[in-house]
Write a protein that binds this ligand. Sequence first.
Ligand SMILES: [Zn+2]
Length: 122
Amino acid sequence: MDGSIQWLGFAGMGLVVVAYVPQIVHLVRARCTAGVSTWAYLVWTLYAALLLVYAITAQDPVFISLQAYQLVALTSIYLLSRRLKGRPCEDHCGKSANPGPEIVMPSDRPITNSDTPMPSGS
Ligand SMILES: [Zn+2]
């Protein structure tokens, strides 16, 4: 492969590295699995392992680095989501620390004829 374009692959890999950070940090700090599909991360872990074997065979340094990182990140998310399954944090279980404005319902005064406009033409 042309080495002059290889930086594009490593730049893309940098974005992949950054993309996994929020999910892993939330799993570790909040111990929260809300929105994490254990099944999907298992399949993605297997995908990363298969493509790592392919990348090693193809001797492509960008893909080897990318798939090695993805295998570690995806395995970590999969194992954490299995261990912490069903534990949403306060932000994800509907108890917000900053609830929205209180909704004030109208009074229970019965509706009278004076409340409803008369249809025109009658
Ligand atoms: Zn959460």
